[in-house]
Design a protein around this ligand. Structure first.
Ligand SMILES: Cc1cc2nc3c(=O)[nH]c(=O)nc-3n(C[C@H](O)[C@H](O)[C@H](O)COP(=O)(O)OP(=O)(O)OC[C@H]3O[C@@H](n4cnc5c(N)ncnc54)[C@H](O)[C@@H]3O)c2cc1C
Length: 477
């Protein structure tokens, strides 16, 4: 069955704070369907798109957080595969752009970007138990459609606002000892390569090429469709506990992170404790859930909480152990609200899970430098995978995440100190977040990098899809 959404669905816009939706969406590109080439004009000069909210208050051409102003205003918005192929053939330099939620320059280009917001088909194959998703689709659009047909994805990130293609390209993840990141359910990819040809790769048939291409960092080509594994829909109950001592974590690391299908710890690094533990428990059909009042001496919250102390919790997904559909519990934030803080920066490092507690202690040493500039830290686990450029490649991982206040001048001085503390644990930075780890160190963490580069050189010998971020982090040395 084939579902075509306008991008975004009208009902989603209606529910959302429009200003925030425009800020977090690619609406600026949808705004110029007539020319299909959208210079990123100030909001006041943007033409209106049919079905889109008014551009009043829309952002200029910047990322979601507003910390990156892209280096080009040339944003192509092809209506279909053929138009995209023409764009690819005509451009000597081009980067795909998704929902612009990355915090660094990974999506940037100083010549051309292309948004696939118009490629938004959702096609379920009941027989294969897969869904084929156009590259313009966001999880918040996809999830209710597949849930209505009785299906689920295995996991979601903290927010549903991001595009599926953009999330996969950067190995975006949720949490769970046994949950791989969001790239792991990819079964097949359709990619327009540098010549404008269409490359189909499948997990079952193409093994190495597939493992190279999935977490492609936008460098392999423009992904137009991805096919994802589905599973039967399920219910999740989310319960929050407060004040978990790190001493309990030291003794019960796997027990704590394995206490639910997906578990997140939040901390401000003070007082040797996690301020909150979010346990997302997957329920069997008909199972009721009575969360215990204590969790390793942490106390169950009796009201809904935002992970950042003092922030109103209405934007958060339901808690208090109330069961609900997977897609309304696995993210921390609801689609119709701005996730997280809004004005913030993010950093995240992946370390081997077996050294997770030691790595946490190493960062804790910097607590008095960190806390003042931090909204919150989140600790999550990700299962190892076989995708060459994945941050969890062949490594069960603990992810240590920082949501910073928008104080880059200070944060950029703290990051090298955190990175020095984590160096013994071979940290891999999140591809889409802020870091200062030297390129050579990053490169040494990816054993398949030489083959990945050879793969890129084969499909994109002139470096059409390479930007400064990739040139620096993958190729400089
Ligand atoms: C509030 C907030 C919360 C977040 N929470 C999480 C979280 O829980 N877990 C986590 O891991 N990350 C998280 N992130 C980071 C986010 O998941 C990544 O930045 C992700 O890449 C965003 O997808 P996007 O579509 O916005 O990508 P963009 O930022 O637009 O692009 C990212 C990369 O994807 C590539 N790309 C996009 N579309 C295509 C395509 N069609 N073909 C080829 N390449 C493409 C781009 O070229 C670029 O390299 C969060 C970000 C924000 C702002």
């Amino acid at each position: 069955m084939l579902f075509q959404h306008p991008s975004p669905p009208v009902e989603v816009i209606a529910e959302m704070n429009k200003r925030e939706f425009l800020k977090s969406s690619g609406a600026f590109v949808a705004g110029s369907i007539a020319s299909r080439f959208a210079p990123a004009q100030p909001a006041s000069q943007q033409p209106h798109a049919q079905g889109a909210a008014t551009p009043q208050g829309a952002a200029t051409h910047e990322n979601w957080a507003g910390n990156i102003h892209y280096s080009t205003e040339h944003v192509h918005t092809p209506a279909n595969l053929d138009e995209l192929r023409d764009v690819v053939k005509k451009c000597s330099k081009l980067r795909a752009i998704g929902s612009r939620h990355s915090f660094n320059r990974i999506a940037d280009s100083n010549q051309n970007q292309v948004s696939l917001a118009n490629l938004n088909a959702i096609e379920i194959d009941e027989h294969a138990r897969t869904v084929m998703v156009g590259a313009g689709v966001r999880y918040g659009q996809l999830a209710p459609v597949i849930d209505a047909k009785g299906y689920a994805l295995h996991n979601l990130a903290s927010l549903p606002h991001i595009s599926v293609a953009g999330a996969i390209a950067t190995a975006t993840h949720g949490s769970g000892l046994h949950n791989g990141n969001l790239a792991t359910p990819v079964r097949a990819l359709e990619i327009v390569t540098a010549t404008g040809d269409v490359l189909h790769l499948s997990r079952d048939r193409d093994r190495d090429q597939f493992a190279a291409a999935v977490v492609g960092l936008g460098a392999v080509g423009i992904v137009t469709r991805v096919t994802l594994d589905l599973q039967p829909t399920f219910q999740v109950a989310q319960t929050v506990y407060q004040n978990l001592s790190f001493s309990e974590l030291e003794r019960n690391f796997d027990g704590i992170f394995g206490a639910g299908y997906s578990v997140s710890l939040f901390t401000d690094w003070q007082n040797h404790r996690a301020t909150q533990v979010w346990i997302k428990r997957r329920l069997a059909a008909g199972e009721t859930h009575n969360p215990a009042p204590d969790f390793y001496n942490a106390k169950r919250a009796t009201e809904k909480l935002h992970p950042i102390a003092g922030h109103p919790a209405e934007s958060c997904t339901e808690q208090l152990g109330i069961p609900g559909p997977w897609y309304q519990r696995l993210p921390h934030f609801k689609m119709e609200f701005t996730p997280s803080s809004g004005r913030e920066l993010q950093t995240e490092y992946f370390v081997p899970r077996e050294h997770g507690y030691e790595a946490i202690l190493a960062v804790e040493k910097l607590k008095d430098k960190i806390t003042r500039h931090l909204f919150v830290t989140e600790l999550r686990t990700i299962a190892a995978d076989g995708l060459w450029m994945s941050t969890a490649y062949q490594r069960d991982s603990l992810a240590i995440h920082f949501t910073w206040k928008p104080e880059w001048d200070i944060v950029k001085q703290i990051l090298p100190q955190i990175e020095a503390q984590l160096k013994p644990f071979a940290p891999r930075p999140h591809w889409a977040k802020l870091f200062t780890i030297p390129p050579q160190q990053i490169q040494s963490e990816y054993t398949r990098l030489p083959e990945f580069k050879a793969f890129l050189n084969r499909h994109d010998p002139t470096g059409k899809f390479r930007n400064e971020f990739l040139q620096t982090n993958l190729f400089a040395g």
